[in-house]
Design a binder for this molecule. Structure first.
Ligand code: COA
Ligand code: AMP
Length: 629
């Protein structure tokens, strides 16, 4: 069957389609209903089914004879380590760590926050939670204590699992001060913290509260706890339009089915093959395609602790692919921009044999056609841009290699993946004509594996995603469908920006700037960056009477964002201005300032209150461009 036929069937007969896909998963009890549509706009997949995700990711492969096959290849240039863990070894470690968590009081449905760098133990902790039916919530290491605190406060974990440190570009980053700093800000306290001591920076443990990973991991192994298909597997927080992150909830059944399906049909990866996602377990890409997707599929996953460049050089990715026989690589375009910048002629590639490498997948941000073209040229394999979000957990639009590749149109992640009825709607909710930009929405129900709701916040889930167009999920992206049905994703319609493939909220940064005692008002927006795609830029107006040195205030603002949100915000551009451009109704014209900062032509909007402010802004931002960008 062709892509078109399969896609059509997925929309015409979703229950038949996904019931067939569900055969790839072991169920403890078959579902009563493939799709429970009794409570729209909330839809649930495989209602009544029972399963365990960890069993599907580990135990069944060992039972099927894959025990000796590598499950995880840990490659860490920053610690000069390579380690291979077989399926049997990972199963043993996960079963014991699950036993240890249970001894610490973790029960089915309890939350466990995981704050760890890219080491195999992060996966062990996640899978141990899945084994118990506990709900993990992984927090990315580049976030500051305050962001970690917001997640702990919302998820209310019984236990927090952390490492003593991460290693970033040659720097050791102790995690304990961040964890303790976060807990100082929280009213909720976990019963225990389990700390993996890394030799680069051992952490002092708090008596009573903290346990050493090695002790916990020595517990007797425990079996899998079957849970409802609709029970939560994890919460993953992502940036929304305010400083309060959104807790995306993923269930067990739909998630396992969708990810297993995607491994074969989108990525075309077979059991036993090596699939490498160069991202971080703290992001959705890491959850789905470092951990669950490859393991549900019986493939081998690579856990890479390092950067694409500088560790030791821009040939790092080629080495990993060649050394570990990686067949398919998935990363963000920014990684390829970084490699191209260092090694534009890909001279380092010639050192390695990539003869068995089959495909490169890119996602996380818009893939510029130059980067796509460069990757295609130097690698000579299909390079596939695909589009998805934390909320969906897997691709909304892709060139499904397993279904037969479609022609590539640079700038487009190709066509909607089966299960997604993607439509472009205008302001009135009518379908936009081909080529016309509008809001990209997905007709409900969303397919299995997508978000069930926001953690303990159905109202915010409805208000954020479902209220704008009844019967549709609002992606938050604007774009168009062309006459061939290809999807083009052009920009966000909210304040989310994408910095080096990391999703951040400019609203959250504005909250931090506004908290500075000298700041009267402020605006943060994303501006183009040749490496990271976008970087945030903040402009502030000082309170009347503030006489302090403006440069000193700008430095403080940069420091504040780093401390409140984290280094990952990459907030380095702050400028004091006399006034901000606004509409007559008082709305700050961020879009106009963004155009000015990017050096694009602009016209003062008809609604502007006073157009004479724009030349002032232009001069101020030009000085920032000269000094910092
Ligand atoms: N823990 C602590 N700090 C972290 C961190 C982590 N896990 N991840 C990033 N940071 C820090 C970085 O060290 C940097 O700090 P600095 O301001 O002191 O230099 C800051 O956060 C910004 O990080 P980043 O935006 O990643 O910039 P970079 O210059 O370090 O690296 C790339 C740029 C392109 C090489 C890097 O972003 C990359 O490899 N991206 C790959 C794509 C990816 O993983 N995307 C995720 C979604 S698919
Ligand atoms: P995240 O939730 O961090 O995965 O970020 C999701 C957002 O990143 C999407 O809503 C898009 O704005 C953007 N994005 C991800 N992949 C792509 C892509 N292939 N093309 C364009 N934008 C993308």
């Amino acid at each position: 069957m062709s892509y078109d036929q399969i896609y059509r069937r997925s929309l015409d007969d979703p229950e038949g389609f996904w019931a067939e896909a569900a055969a790839a998963i072991d169920w403890d009890r078959k579902w009563d209903m493939v799709l429970d549509a009794s409570r729209p706009p909330f839809y649930r997949w495989f209602r009544g089914g029972r399963l365990n995700t960890c069993h599907n990711a580990l135990d069944r492969h060992v039972h099927a004879g894959r025990g000796d096959q590598p499950a995880i290849i840990y490659d860490s240039p920053v610690t000069d380590t390579t380690r291979t863990l077989s399926y049997a070894t990972v199963l043993d470690q996960v079963s014991r760590f699950a036993g240890g968590l249970r001894d610490l009081g973790v029960r089915t449905g309890d939350r466990v926050v995981i704050y760890m760098p890219m080491i195999p133990e992060a996966l062990v902790a996640m899978l141990a939670c899945a084994r118990l039916g506990a709900v993990h919530s992984v927090v990315f290491g580049g976030f500051a204590a305050k962001e970690l605190a917001a997640r702990i406060e919302d998820a209310r974990p019984t236990v927090i699992v952390a490492a003593s440190c991460g290693i970033e570009a040659g720097r050791v980053i102790p995690y304990m001060p961040l964890l303790n700093g976060a807990l100082d800000l929280c009213s909720h306290q976990p019963r225990h913290c389990v700390i993996l001591q890394r030799p680069q920076a051992e952490a002092p443990l708090a008596e009573g509260r903290d346990r050493d990973w090695q002790e916990v991991a020595r517990a007797d192994p425990v079996g899998c706890v079957p849970v409802e298909a609709t029970d939560p597997l994890y919460i993953l927080y992502t940036s929304g339009t305010t400083g309060q992150p959104k807790g995306v909830v993923r269930d067990h059944g739909g998630h396992a089915v969708a990810l297993a399906w995607s491994m074969r049909n989108i990525y075309d990866v077979k059991p036993g093959e090596v699939f490498w996602t160069a991202s971080d377990v703290g992001w959705v890409v890491g959850h789905s395609y470092i951990v669950y997707g490859p393991l549900l599929n019986g493939s081998t996953t690579v856990v890479y602790e390092g950067k694409p460049v500088g560790t030791p050089d821009a040939g790092a990715f080629w080495r990993v692919v060649a050394e570990h026989d990686v067949r398919t690589l998935f990363t963000a375009p920014t990684a390829f921009r970084a490699i191209r910048k260092e090694d534009p002629d890909a001279k380092l590639l010639a050192r390695y044999d990539l003869g068995r490498f089959r495909a490169l997948f890119l996602a996380g941000e818009r893939c510029d056609p130059e980067t796509l073209g460069w990757a295609e040229r130097v690698l000579d394999v299909p390079v596939i841009d695909h589009w998805w979000q934390t909320e969906t957990g897997w691709a909304i639009a892709a060139n499904c290699l397993g279904l037969g590749a479609l022609p590539v149109k640079p700038g487009s992640p190709t066509k909607p993946a089966p299960g997604y009825d993607v439509q472009v709607l205008d302001e009135d909710g009518k379908n936009a004509a081909p080529g016309a930009i509008g809001n990209i929405a997905i007709k409900l129900p969303l397919p299995p594996g997508t978000l069930a709701t926001l953690w303990q916040n159905d109202d915010r889930f409805e208000a954020s995603y479902l209220a704008r167009y009844p019967g549709y999920y609002l992606t938050g992206d604007a774009g168009y469908l062309d006459e061939d049905g290809y999807v083009f994703v052009m920009s966000r319609i909210d304040d989310v920006i994408n910095v080096a493939g990391h999703r951040l909220s400019t609203g959250a940064m504005e909250e931090v700037l506004a908290g500075h005692p000298d700041v009267a008002e402020c605006a943060v927006f994303g501006v183009n960056d040749p490496l990271k795609g976008q970087v945030p830029l903040g402009v502030v107006v000082l309170k009347a009477g503030v006489e302090r040195d403006e440069a000193a205030i700008e430095t403080e603002l940069v420091q504040r964002v780093r401390e409140a949100i984290g280094p990952v915000a990459a907030f380095r551009l702050a400028k004091v201005v006399k006034r901000l451009p606004k509409t007559r109704s008082g709305k700050i014209l961020r879009g106009t300032m963004q155009k000015i900062a990017d050096g694009q032509p602009y016209v003062a909007p008809a609604t502007i209150d006073d157009a004479t402010v724009l030349p002032e802004i232009e001069t101020a931002l030009a000085s920032l461009t000269r000094s910092g960008r």
